[in-house]
Every structure is written in structure tokens, then in C-alpha cells.
Design a protein around this ligand. Structure first.
Ligand code: NAG
Ligand code: NAG
Ligand code: NAG
Ligand code: NAG
Length: 474
């Protein structure tokens, strides 16, 4: 994908200084001059067309967009004080308000106890959401579900129930298309409201896994743009689909890192765009997720706070094993060159990869009192009762976001190579300078980060030795 800068550099040349009238008009020369002028005119004209088509500086968005950070706080955890609205409430609002359409992109669906072979009372929220979703087609709402092609590991009863209810379900064979998976998690309702974040279509994502996302209401400008990412998944879900190259213009966007959508979010001016991964799924104009993430790090001058479930400067799932330092390098560069204060809060659970810890310690080691480089790494552990510990693949901080003094980045990907090179993911990037009443999105996200960072559930990586046996089977 060409950055717009390339087009900007194609400014038409100055008008030619030559004054043909002064020459003794040799016909060949005259013809050459005419051809040149015609050529320059053509180039100029073409440049105007192509740049206006690509830049299409749309009307600023006039929608009364509201954004709400929503979280799932696993049962049994408490910070004291009121928290953000829950993922469950946001989903219930979205499904309850749907009038015309609901599109969901998800990795897999396990919304019921039956799916996970459990008998947990805390599955009831997921079961309730599924029930509400199954009622939509009868209410005249067109429901489309794009899901990664299920392997035998994942139950398919929710997908079958959705189809029986009248929903259209397409499985996207990302393993065949990019050797990745469809890992994106978002909802789009009536082309006007959306959810994007870390929560899977999994009952555990509502009550047993710590999640962070954003719900955006009354914002067709943003919902329509995310809709283009959904449409890409939707066509890739056709039998034997292949990835178009280039993507047709209907999938392209003019909102990206260079020209974000300017709008009021909660009555405060903001600049917003969605990124997408992997690169092959980015239509013209769409910022690749890795570029978006690195761009947010590069723009920071004061601090970069990152909360992710897993962080590895490697490819995590592909062989042969490959080192992949794209993100790690940029964090170190920010610390070394701009003295940015970096904090990483990383999820720790029994499935954490053993390699993660030495890499995290290495990054933390750049922090030093004498040089005053500031890098801190803490592990976050969701506590479990004995019964909770038996719930498979639960009780973990599954957040995937970053906040700086300039921007909030709310993503759906772990921070390791596979997620940016092969896996389908997406992120919402919000810049909001603020200065008005009420906290901006970056300020709200920073408050979430600070709460977790200084909570009883986190420990410095240097002091976390006592946890390490709980983080990863070794
Ligand atoms: C969205 O707009 C409708 C109609 O104006 C309004 O009733 C509703 O409260 C708005 N939703 C939010 C979350 O602001
Ligand atoms: C998809 O490909 C398979 C194997 O090449 C072929 O048998 C099948 O007919 C194709 N399906 C469609 C809908 O083109
Ligand atoms: C750095 O300084 C702080 C405050 O003076 C101290 O608590 C901390 O132990 C020092 N860290 C190292 C690695 O020396
Ligand atoms: C993220 O990383 C963890 C640990 O490697 C892995 O178990 C999980 O499946 C990954 N994806 C998700 C669901 O975030």
C-alpha cells in the first residue's frame, strides 16, 4: 500500500518557463513543445483526479458519536469503587437496539456451558446474549457472522443454532488464505453502532476473563468504515475464495493514519481510524495494524503504557522459529532516543510461554536509575479460587491496548509477530487532545491502566519470581 505521502510528492512541476514565441518556430520544435505541454497538462489533470479520488477529504462526521470503554472484570476480583460499564451490558444494548442488521466477526463461538462441557453459573450471561442474538432474524434483523473456519477443537453448536435462527454464517479459511486465523472481534449494528476489543464470543469473556473494548454508539461514519473490514471477511468466507489483489475500490477507505476521520466523540473533537491485519487484507487506504501500532509508539514523547496478554519479539506459532523484534525495537528506541517512559503490563497465566519472561526481563533491564531510562514491566495475574482455576482457558488478563499522552490504541491482537503478519485483527486508534469537559478516551484508558498497574493483582517482573510457577507450565 502506498502511503499518501507518495502522492503528495507528485506535485505537478512548475509551469515551463519557455516562451515558444521567442524561438524561430521550427515545426519539429514546436510540435515537441506542444506535445510536452499536452503531456504536462495531462499529468497535472491526472494527478488532480487521482489525488482527489484517493484523498476524498470527506465532510467532517456530523454524527453525535458516543464512545464508552467497556470491560469484563472476572468474578471475584474487586478494585473497590465503580468501574467501567461491562462488556455484557454493551453487548446487551447492542443486540437489544438492533433494528436492521448485526454483523459479528469472531475467532470462535463458545457462548454456553454445553460448548465448554462445564456447569458454571457464570455462563448465564453468555447464554443470555446468544439467546438474544437468536431472536434477531425473527425480528427482521439481518444477522451475518464471519468466523474462523472451526477446527475440530472448537464446538460448532452455536454456529448451527445461529444458522437455524436465520442468521448467515460464513467461515473464513484464514489458515488456507494466510496461514493465520481470523482473530478479530467486533460487532457492527445497524451501520451505526459498534463494539471492538479483546472479548471473544465466549461466555468466559463476560465473567471469567479480563477484557477491554470500546462500544461506539450513533456513529455511522465509524461503523460504515469498520463495515468495510467486515465485508472483506465476508467475501473471503465464500467457498474457495482467494484474496483479491488489489482489493476493489468498494473496500478502500480514506480514513487512516495520515488522514484520520475527524469527528466529535462524546462532544470532544477527535481523530480516529481503524487499522487491519494482515497486510494482504488491507484494501487501498487502510493502515496496516503493525504500522498503526508503531506509529502510536513513534509519536509518543512522554509515555507509552501497554497492556497485553502476551508479548513476544518472535513469531509465536510458525516454524522454523523466527525472531521478530519489530515492536520491541521501537519501544527501546522510544526509551533511548526520546526518553519516553515505557510501562508494560503483561498477562500471566498457566499457558504463558516460558520464552516470554526472559524477553520481558531484557526489556525491563533497559530501565536504569543512573541513565534514567524508564522502562518498567509488571505481570498481571487474575486470582482464582480452586473451582475457578478448573475453568479451562480462563482467569487471565486478555487486554490488548496501548495508551500514550497522545493516543489510545484498542486492538484485538497479542503482541507477537504472527498477529501482525498472518492473523486477521483490527484496532481502533483514537487521538483526542481534549481540554474540554470530561475525560478524553486516552485519559480514560490511562485511568484503566493505572488502576491495574497499581492494583494488588500486579507485581514487578523482578519481584514476580514467586508467580513464575503459576505463569506457564515449565
Ligand atoms: C443514540 O441516538 C438516539 C436517538 O437520538 C438516542 O435516543 C440514544 O440515547 C443515543 N445513544 C447513545 C448511547 O447516546
Ligand atoms: C472448491 O474447490 C474444490 C477443490 O478444488 C472443488 O472440488 C469445489 O468444487 C470448489 N467449490 C466451488 C464452489 O467452486
Ligand atoms: C532506583 O531508585 C529507586 C528510588 O530511589 C529505588 O527504589 C530502586 O531500588 C532503584 N532501582 C535500582 C535498580 O537500583
Ligand atoms: C494470545 O496469546 C496467548 C498466549 O500465547 C494464547 O494462548 C492465546 O490463544 C492468544 N490469543 C488470544 C485468544 O488472545
Amino acid at each position: 500500500m502506498k502511503p499518501y505521502g507518495v502522492y503528495e510528492q507528485l506535485e505537478p512541476p512548475e509551469e515551463p518557463p519557455a516562451q515558444p514565441g521567442r524561438f524561430s518556430p521550427k515545426p519539429a520544435l514546436l510540435a515537441a513543445v506542444l506535445v510536452t505541454l499536452l503531456f504536462l497538462f495531462f499529468i497535472h489533470f491526472f494527478h488532480l483526479c487521482s489525488s482527489s479520488a484517493l484523498r476524498r477529504r470527506a465532510e467532517p462526521c456530523a454524527d453525535p458519536c458516543r464512545i464508552v470503554l467497556v470491560e469484563s472484570i472476572p468474578e471475584g476480583m474487586s478494585y473497590g469503587g465503580p468501574g467501567n460499564p461491562s462488556t455484557f451490558d454493551a453487548w446487551l444494548n447492542l443486540v437489544g437496539g438492533a433494528r436492521r442488521s448485526l454483523d459479528v466477526a469472531a475467532f470462535y463461538w463458545t457462548m454456553t456451558n454445553e460448548d465448554t462441557h462445564t456447569q458454571e453459573p457464570s455462563a448465564s450471561q453468555g447464554e443470555q446474549i446468544l439467546e438474544e442474538l437468536l431472536k434477531l432474524p425473527a425480528r427482521g434483523v439481518s444477522v451475518r457472522v464471519a468466523v474462523n473456519t472451526p477446527t475440530s477443537k472448537f464446538p460448532q453448536s452455536d454456529l448451527r443454532a445461529l444458522e437455524l435462527s436465520g442468521a448467515a454464517v460464513r467461515t473464513v479459511d484464514m489458515p488456507r488464505l494466510t496461514r493465520g486465523v481470523l482473530h478479530t472481534k467486533f460487532w457492527i449494528v445497524d451501520g451505526a453502532h459498534l463494539y471492538i476489543g479483546s472479548a471473544n464470543m465466549d461466555w468466559r469473556s463476560l465473567t471469567q476473563v479480563k477484557e477491554l473494548g470500546a462500544a461506539v454508539y450513533n456513529c455511522s461514519c465509524l461503523a460504515r468504515d469498520l463495515g468495510k473490514v467486515f465485508e472483506a471477511y465476508w467475501v473471503l468466507g465464500l467457498p474457495n475464495a482467494s484474496i483479491p489483489a488489489p482489493w476493489p475500490a468498494t473496500f478502500s477507505t480514506s480514513f487512516n493514519m495520515e488522514t484520520p476521520l475527524e469527528l466529535n466523540l462524546n462532544d470532544t473533537p477527535a481523530a480516529v481510524y481503524f487499522s487491519s491485519a494482515p497486510p494482504a487484507l488491507c484494501a487501498p487506504g487502510r493502515t496496516e495494524d503493525l504500522r498503526a501500532l508503531l506509529g502510536v509508539i513513534d509519536a509518543a514523547e512522554d509515555f507509552v503504557h501497554v497492556a497485553v496478554m502476551s508479548y513476544l519479539p518472535t513469531m509465536e506459532f510458525s516454524y522454523p522459529k523466527r525472531f521478530w523484534p519489530a515492536i520491541d525495537n521501537r519501544l527501546r528506541k522510544a526509551v533511548f532516543e526520546r526518553r519516553v517512559k515505557v510501562r508494560l503490563l503483561v498477562g500471566c497465566w498457566p499457558h504463558s510461554k516460558a520464552e516470554m519472561f526472559p524477553f520481558l526481563k531484557s526489556l525491563a533491564a533497559v530501565g536504569d536509575n543512573r541513565t534514567r531510562y524508564s522502562v518498567e514491566v509488571r505481570l498481571f495475574m487474575v486470582p482464582s479460587s480452586e473451582a475457578q482455576a478448573r475453568i479451562p482457558y480462563a482467569r487471565v488478563n486478555h487486554n490488548k491496548y496501548m495508551v500514550t499522552e497522545k493516543a489510545a490504541y484498542i486492538g484485538t491482537s497479542n503482541w507477537s509477530g504472527d498477529y501482525f503478519v498472518q492473523t486477521a485483527g483490527s484496532a481502533l486508534v483514537v487521538q483526542q487532545p481534549g481540554g474540554g469537559a470530561g475525560a478524553t478516551v486516552p485519559e480514560q484508558l490511562r485511568a484503566v491502566f493505572e488502576r491495574d498497574w497499581s492494583s494488588q493483582y500486579s507485581a514487578d517482573i523482578g519481584d514476580a519470581a514467586r508467580w513464575e510457577r503459576l505463569c506457564g507450565s515449565r
